[in-house]
Design a protein around this ligand. Structure first.
Ligand code: CDP
Length: 784
């Protein structure tokens, strides 16, 4: 413990950054106010698919407070009418030929204030000729369906890609010999990350220095700088991206949005800084969505419950432009980890991506690139198999879970899981839940016509992308840099390439350095979110900060320690090989009272002491960490619900979550991450839906329509902890940021389906709103 009670390394401590957050002293993009700053607003398409006949901006330009009106033709003069997406597609920055989804960017107004910019949008006259709309992914590949992306040369249909993983022949063979096969169509509906802070930018182009400074809500400042450089043609060293405090990202702040480029162009045209900040509806309707996976799953087993194989076919709705964000060679992300936590003989999955007239995106909303979809599917299938076999779902899982001795385990689609003890996690969850007693309670309630359900989900995540030889985004390999500077007084500054959106990096990264050097986390300042001040790296998403950048911090600190050893040997006039380390100091082996603390050594490294070879004058060190593999956190969740059959209302009564993310740096922060993810899961299972009508009108454009969970829907969480260190991470830590979002929806849905067992309901799609549950009980389709 340090003098103020902080642990000298790992353990519970309050978040350092909260000192400013709880006082309302955070600095978000919308707090940035620069002298002479103008404001931008986006004119958006009211139609989902239409040809643009004309755009008349005369009246808007005449508005006394308007400084510029930008349309695709101005952008085209600068070669910016279209921009590359993170998935090697192109996206219209401002629409020129057609609009392809409702809310698409058509024009950008720059004005003296935000209100004038908004008012002037109404003065722009756009003439549209409506086109047939593809709102249903299921019809997108029909021959008669209109081609959405006729801007792409020779494009004849709405197919984006076909992709497969696993071995089809061996999977078919396993299915052929199976006693039981269960098949089901399962939808993971379109949902939205819905961060509390919407997206925005303040773009300040200095025409004299020809330097762009962009304060933006990005989760990946360095990647954005490189992309802005290649798109805008500004040399990268003349671009500074600053991502100040960010109010939640969840994948939504990974892409570069058209309005970011419009704000930059607005600043270039006017010579003044331009701020653009989305409102809530813009964020929900037009920024990157998640999921929208239409899945057909089949699971094969023996009659005594040994699961043999999995066969999956997916239609992936990517919206009007392919803007998904995942490593290049993985068009369906890490979906092929669909075998989950089970020991199967074979698996095969096929994914077809399609264009529809909906907002683009398909980002990894609080999961590592489509693992949420994969985990949900396999956990639903296992429950349906249990139903078919008339077996307890816990028993079926216990029989088929991977055993600790099987790690490292290579799954049938090629992932090498690093470590885990899955049966112990399920056992702990069942013990915490009082599983036997819950089943007895359920049986008694069924007798009384009360419908209680118990749902289980055993999930495996794969987080911490790279390694860079297998994983890149637009050619940028997935590794992360870090620099650690030790001041003469022994305090430290750690500069990292990842960017916190509220996960507490300023605390946990300080704890990592503190752990390695034996100093207090309070003595470690963490700098992030500014490309001029931090080394290059790919940013924060897919729970990669701790697995990749956290490892970089640990290695840099270990390098500092090794340098300190050389200096200590000079100070103590002994050979480095005669020194031993204990937290915070090097001492002479066999004479523990003779030693030097890191603080003393740091002072000596900056003093007139004759420094030994290998130390040039300070202890500073850096590291670029290229992870050898992903880390594989996992968990076992149990959810208990009560369903009112008269109204279809679901009450989540209990939720038991056992998580294993290896070494926990700060258990309080880890638990907070789990709490948030569990709430996310309840939201997706019960209420979140980005729906569209057949004309492509978005029906989820406000928080009145797109429902988010609150504490009212969430029970007191009951958490259990397992620690199986990752064998390849220098701290044994695995990511945790998204585990609970991945694992929890299946537990809730499985619980509801378990409650509805007496009604012979096998499956109903999320979100299980009261109407959806009621219809399932009645045996009616939801929208009849
Ligand atoms: O990339 P992101 O920060 O979203 O996810 P993460 O690496 O899983 O970390 C989320 C937060 O939990 C960070 O503050 C981590 O340092 C912390 N954490 C931890 O204390 N122990 C772990 N084993 C994993 C994460």
């Amino acid at each position: 413990m340090s003098a103020n009670g902080s642990p000298m390394g790992f353990g519970r401590m309050r978040r350092k950054e909260d000192a400013r957050f709880v006082r309302g002293r955070g600095t978000y993009v919308d707090d940035v106010r620069l002298p002479g700053m103008l404001h931008g607003a986006v004119l958006r398409s009211p139609l989902a698919h239409a040809r643009i006949e004309s755009i008349d901006t005369t009246a808007a330009e005449a508005h006394p407070k308007v400084q510029a009106v930008i349309t695709a033709s101005e952008l085209a003069e600068r070669g910016l009418a279209w921009m590359p997406t993170l998935s090697y597609d192109t996206q219209a920055v401002l629409a020129s030929d057609k609009v392809r989804f409702q809310g698409q960017e058509v024009a950008f107004v720059v004005a003296e204030d935000h209100y004038a910019a908004r008012d002037a949008l109404a003065l722009i006259d756009v003439e549209y000729s409506p086109l047939p709309v593809v709102a249903d992914a299921g019809t997108s590949l029909d021959e008669s369906t209109v081609v959405i992306r006729d801007d792409l040369k020779d494009k004849q249909d709405n197919r984006i890609f076909d992709w497969e993983a696993g071995d089809k022949a061996s999977t078919d063979a396993v299915f052929a010999k199976a006693d039981v096969v269960v098949a089901q169509d399962v939808l993971y509906p379109r949902v939205h990350p819905a961060p509390l802070e919407t997206c925005g930018i303040v773009a300040d182009f200095d025409p004299i220095a020809e330097k762009l400074t962009a304060w933006s809500t990005t989760q990946a400042p360095h990647a954005h700088r490189t992309l802005l450089a290649s798109v805008l043609g500004i040399p990268e060293h003349r671009i500074r991206v600053i991502s100040p405090d960010v109010g939640g990202g969840f994948g939504n702040k990974v892409p570069i949005y058209p309005a970011y480029l419009c704000a930059v162009v607005g600043s270039m045209i006017t010579g003044r800084p331009v701020k653009w900040a989305e409102d809530r509806s813009e964020n929900l309707m037009t920024s990157a969505f998640a999921r929208d996976y239409h899945m057909r799953g089949e699971i094969a087993a023996t009659s005594d419950g040994k699961i043999l194989g999995l066969r999956v076919r997916v239609l992936a709705d990517h919206g009007a432009f392919n803007c998904t964000a995942q490593p290049t060679d993985y068009p369906a992300g890490f979906f092929h980890i669909v075998t989950g936590s089970y020991d199967l003989q074979a698996a095969h999955c096929e994914v077809t991506g399609v264009y529809t007239n909906k907002a683009p995106g398909g980002v990894a909303y609080a999961c590592s690139f489509r693992i949420a979809e994969a985990s949900y599917l396999v956990e639903r299938l296992v429950d349906m198999l249990a139903l078919e076999l008339d077996t307890d779902p816990a028993e079926l899982r216990m029989r088929n879970l991977l055993r600790p001795g099987q790690f490292p385990y290579v799954c049938p689609t090629g992932w090498e899981y690093d470590s885990g003890n899955y049966p112990a996690a399920l056992e702990l969850a069942m013990k915490t839940a009082g599983y036997e007693a819950l089943r007895a309670e359920q049986a008694a309630k069924r007798e009384r016509g009360e419908y209680m359900g118990i749902g289980i989900s055993c999930f495996t995540e794969a987080v911490g992308a790279g390694p860079r030889k297998h994983m890149d985004i637009l050619g940028l390999g997935m590794a992360d840099g870090c620099e650690l500077r030790i001041h003469p007084t022994g305090s430290a500054v750690l500069r990292i390439s990842v960017q916190s959106q509220g996960q507490g990096h300023e605390t946990t990264f300080a704890q990592i350095v503190a752990h390695e050097l034996g100093i207090s986390p309070d003595e470690v300042e963490v700098v992030h979110g500014d490309t001029d001040q931090t080394p290059f790296g790919l940013g924060t998403y897919g729970s990669r900060s701790t697995p990749v950048s956290g490892a970089a911090a640990a290695v840099a600190a270990q390098r500092v320690r090794e340098r300190a050893k050389l200096v200590a040997s000079a100070m103590l006039e002994v050979s480095p090989s005669d020194l031993d380390w204990e937290r915070g100091r090097w001492f002479v082996r066999g004479a523990p009272t003779i030693g030097r603390t890191i603080t003393e050594i740091a002072a000596a490294a900056h003093s007139s002491l004759e420094l030994p070879d290998g130390v040039e004058g300070h202890l500073d060190a850096s590291c670029v960490y290229n992870p050898p593999n992903l880390t594989f956190p996992y968990g076992a969740y149990i959810c208990v619900v009560d369903v009112d059959p008269g109204t279809g209302q679901v009450k989540v009564r209990r939720f038991i979550a056992v998580d294993d993310c290896g070494t926990r740096i700060n258990p309080t922060i880890v638990e907070g991450q789990i709490h948030g993810g569990l709430a996310d899961g309840i939201g997706m299972a019960l209420m979140e839906l980005m729906a569209f009508d057949s004309d492509g009108n978005c029906l989820g454009g406000s928080f009145m329509d797109y429902l988010l969970p609150t504490s009212v829907e969430c029970p007191p969480w009951e958490l259990g902890e397992m620690v199986t260190p990752s064998p390849h991470h220098p701290l044994g830590a695995k990511g945790i940021g998204e585990s609970a979002t991945v694992g929890s929806p299946a537990a809730v849905v499985n619980a509801i389906m378990d409650a509805l067992k007496p009604f012979d309901v096998r499956h109903a799609d999320m979100p299980l709103t009261p109407a959806a549950v009621w219809c399932a009980i009645q045996g009616r389709p939801l929208r009849s």
